[in-house]
Design a binder for this molecule. Structure first.
Ligand code: NAD
Ligand code: IPM
Ligand code: MN
Length: 366
């Protein structure tokens, strides 16, 4: 059997900093669990643009299609803000998602006990929270045509189009129902069927798919109410399924239920490959955090937990995934905090690399 293959794309800003900590976990798995990966590393985002004039080369895209899983850090930064859309760093990530057809983006938000006082919400509201947002990732307003900035009369008009086909809604809803079946059999679908036709269709299709999952209790909610309910009483939810843009917003909001955006991992999954595992890319929910890049302040946990999701979904190593998650929990219980988890008073903060080392040490002790 050949080694499982990984393509690592650290990207920009804090991406390489947090990925360096994931590398330590990967090495630990090789040394201690006999799980040796064939790792290739490449550029994506602004750094790829700097070198090649494009945020993702065709060669990197080809490699992403070939490997068992892709791990991505983050892309983007102020240096690239004024670039044409066709070569923006974010475009590299969007191309990976689209061409790999990674339609189901799982964004778990779990509040570790040790962090229940670190959320901006009250402890009771978030303690024990464990929800998953399933975000549609390859369609909707991110990709709909027409788009652009045009001249109309004597002014400019910015245009984006929200567009969903029935099959696009169906497949992501099916993923969400499957996940709900493995959890508490409760699924809430969020759209704006009160003002958008795409929302009306979304609600109809979610209901139709639900007929195949009679055990799952399906509810529907307008996404604006959903945002409010997420901060009012997040534990009423278990799995949430929603479109590309609403999922982007709701998952950043959900991050604060866990203490920090630096805690939220994600798995972007597509159709099964020949080996039966889904085509997959794993990345933290956060971005390149230009405000703290290069200072050793980034929290590597979101990226490390994304790798744990890779162990679970791409490599059938659920036990090792649990070991990594347990090690994260253990270091948090010991009181280790990167600056994002300490608010204004960051004096006792550990660095990105100290956090990574502590997680590796906790793995060794497990
Ligand atoms: P961001 O997620 O990069 O940062 C938002 C805030 O959260 C910042 O204050 C940042 O310091 C903090 N933060 C984020 N991750 C952290 C971590 N691991 N540890 C500690 N603090 C963390 O969002 P932004 O500032 O709106 O965007 C910056 C750039 O990142 C933009 O170019 C944007 O397009 C890009 N972006 C990329 C991705 C991705 O690659 N998946 C996701 C979101 C944003
Ligand atoms: C995310 C990011 C991306 C998105 C950007 C960088 C394209 O915000 O992964 O949440 O909007 O999907
Ligand atoms: Mn986002």
């Amino acid at each position: 059997m050949p080694n499982p293959s990984l393509l690592i794309l650290p990207g920009d800003g804090i991406g390489p900093e947090v990925m360096a900590e994931v590398r330590k976990i990967i090495d630990w798995m090789g040394d201690n669990r006999g799980l040796v990966f064939d790792v290739t590393e490449d550029l994506v985002g602004g750094c790829a643009y700097d070198k090649h004039g494009t945020p993702l080369t065709d060669a990197t895209m080809e490699q992403a299609q070939k490997v068992d899983a892709v791990l991505l850090g983050a892309v983007g930064g102020p240096k690239y803000d004024d670039l044409d859309f066709s070569v923006k760093p974010e475009r590299g990530l969007l191309r990976l998602r689209k061409e790999m057809d990674l339609f189901a983006n799982l964004r778990p938000a779990q509040c570790f006990d040790a962090l229940a006082d670190f959320s901006s919400l009250k402890r009771d509201v978030v303690a024990g929270l464990d929800i998953v947002i399933v975000r549609e990732l390859t369609s909707g307003i991110y990709f709909g045509e027409p788009r652009g900035i045009i001249e109309e009369g004597n002014e400019r008009v910015g245009i984006n189009t929200q567009r969903y086909t029935e099959s696009e809604i169906e497949r992501v809803c099916r993923s969400a129902f499957e996940l709900a079946m493995k959890r508490s059999k409760k699924l809430c679908s969020m759209e704006k069927a009160n003002v958008m036709e795409s929302g009306v269709l979304w609600r109809q299709v979610a209901t139709e798919v639900g007929r195949d999952y009679p055990e799952v209790e399906l509810s529907h909610m307008y996404a604006d109410n959903g945002a409010m309910q997420l901060v009012r009483k997040p534990k009423q939810f278990d799995v949430i399924v929603t479109d590309n843009l609403f999922g982007d917003l709701l998952s950043d909001a959900a991050a604060m239920l866990t203490g920090s955006l630096g805690m939220l991992p994600s798995a972007s999954l597509g159709a099964p490959m020949e080996n039966g595992r889904p085509k997959a890319l794993y990345e933290p929910v956060h971005g390149s955090a230009p405000d703290i890049a290069g200072q050793g302040k980034a929290n590597p946990i979101a990226c490390i937990l994304s790798f744990a999701m890779a162990l679970r979904y791409s490599f059938d190593r659920g036990d090792d995934a649990l070991a990594v998650e347990g090690a994260v929990e253990a270091v948090l219980a010991q009181g280790l905090r990167t600056a994002d988890l300490l608010g204004e008073d960051g004096t006792d903060a550990v660095t990105t690399s100290e956090m990574g080392d502590a997680i590796v040490a906790a793995l060794g002790a497990s």
